[in-house]
Ligand binder design. Structure first.
Ligand code: ATP
Ligand code: MG
Length: 418
């Protein structure tokens, strides 16, 4: 049960429910219902009652604090006829926290946080003042948690954890995930091909594994989920599916713990002792930023030129003026010369050249908004390709940068080590 007017009005997105859903599912506790209500006592009561009838465990987030709109604790205590009593230990913790904050004593308004429904268990909050509260009622175990996401997570992973472990059904196995990252293929095509290859598996192999397609502007992640007493057991269930789709995803897959293709590129460059340089026009340094966001990137990144004006393309990177005049700045030959030029200028093994129309203006019939030429130069050999990307200016730039990194990744994977 998520409590808060701001959730109903759309000012705050209910990330607590999403986080709790993942956390509980991972622990083998299945989540069957969710409610969102405002800061209204009778609505909180209604939702908690419904939830308690439908399940054995009710998690309530929000409205635990000291302000007058924080009604959760009083409402729930009243529902189950539990008087609120001051918990000395919680009061002591409040005193310590407030004095650390420079207060002589706990403000009267904040003292209410030490009041706990009789017979309930206090769940220590290492990140804030309002502790979590666990109470066992006839219908269900009810857990009250603060709305502040960091506090909620700290309590769930800390003081609440042993209670959750004890509650999960005796034979419940955890859910484990394996994620395959892809880029360069649209969700609909990937889904079609992946589903077709998995359809050939026997049902008793296919059925126990859940498959989710998680797209964003950079690509599509495939998330496989299976139950298992251990990670190995779950991965053994997932393995036949990975085998079945191997050929289909191989041209698009990349290996990265963070899910960021820049990590995958950095890893492969480092493994070969290679350095990269970038010449970016329409991406304006996005690729250089993504690479240098990662600590230790100086081994693998020489530098970059934001070659926005034609003058910089010509004077700094050796792009031929007459090629720009004949073919335009957004052209195959310019992408080629940018990639080769920046690799030579910065003495790098790998060069990237990107030139395109990010929009919203500047498009033409021949080169509409989203047209991007990309060049990659690996140990002196240049390859180019034409991308056509959709979306607004930001999305086009993000997609073009990703495509350039993907091209480098494939080429570097094939380059010999050393
Ligand atoms: P506090 O003790 O800090 O007052 P609280 O339990 O009273 O905590 P709220 O007042 O409901 O919690 O919310 C505190 C903050 O947490 C707000 O900034 C709110 O936007 C955020 N928050 C509340 N509920 C959620 C939620 N379900 N998901 C994400 N953020 C939330
Ligand atoms: Mg509050």
């Amino acid at each position: 049960v998520s409590v808060g007017n701001e959730l109903l009005f759309g000012e705050t997105v209910d990330t607590n429910a999403a986080w709790l859903g993942r956390e509980l599912t991972t622990l083998g506790i299945s989540v069957v219902r969710g409610f969102t209500v405002g800061d209204v006592a009778e609505d909180i009561e209604w939702a908690v009652r419904k939830a308690a009838q439908a399940s054995e465990l009710v998690m309530v987030t929000g409205g635990l604090g000291p302000t007058p709109d924080d009604l959760t604790k009083a409402t729930v205590a009243q529902m189950f006829s539990l008087p609120l009593t001051c918990d000395d230990q919680v009061l002591e913790t409040l005193k310590v926290r407030y004095s650390a904050g420079g207060h002589d004593e706990v403000p009267v308004a904040a003292r209410g946080q030490a009041e706990i429904p009789q017979g309930s268990t206090v769940l220590e909050n290492p990140e804030g003042t309002a502790p979590g509260i666990l109470l066992r009622t006839q219908d269900a175990t009810v857990v009250l948690l603060p709305g502040v996401p960091g506090e909620l997570r700290a309590i769930v992973r800390g003081a609440l954890r042993p209670h959750l472990e004890a509650m999960r059904p005796p034979h419940a196995e955890r859910v484990w995930h394996h994620v395959t990252h892809t880029t360069g293929i649209v969700e609909s095509r990937l889904t079609e091909q992946v589903e077709a290859s998995m359809a050939e598996l026997p049902p008793d192999v296919r059925a126990p594994v859940g498959v989710a397609y998680l797209p964003d502007v950079y690509g599509v992640d495939l998330r496989f989920s299976a139950h298992g007493a251990s990670r190995e057991e779950a991965l053994a269930r997932i393995a036949p599916l990975l085998n079945a789709i191997d050929q289909v995803v191989a041209p698009y897959r990349f290996e990265s713990t963070s899910g960021d293709l820049a990590e995958a590129v950095s890893t492969e460059l480092r493994a070969r002792g290679m350095q990269m340089a970038t010449a970016e026009s329409c991406t304006g340094g996005l690729i250089a930023k993504r690479i240098t966001d990662r600590p230790g990137s100086s081994d693998i990144f020489a530098g970059g030129v934001v070659a926005y004006s034609n003058r910089v393309k010509v004077e700094q990177l050796g792009v031929h003026v007459d090629d720009i005049e004949t073919f335009g700045a957004v052209s195959e030959v310019v992408a080629h010369q940018l990639a080769a030029g920046v690799a030579a200028l910065l003495h790098a093994d790998v060069g990237i050249g990107v030139t395109g129309v990010a929009g919203p203006g500047g498009g033409s019939e021949e080169k509409p908004v989203g047209t991007v030429w990309i060049g990659t130069c690996v140990r002196g050999e240049v390859e180019t390709f034409l991308g056509r990307y959709s979306g607004d200016r930001q999305a086009i730039r993000a997609r073009a940068g990703q495509a350039a990194l993907a091209a480098v990744y494939r080429r570097v994977l094939n380059a010999s080590k050393g």
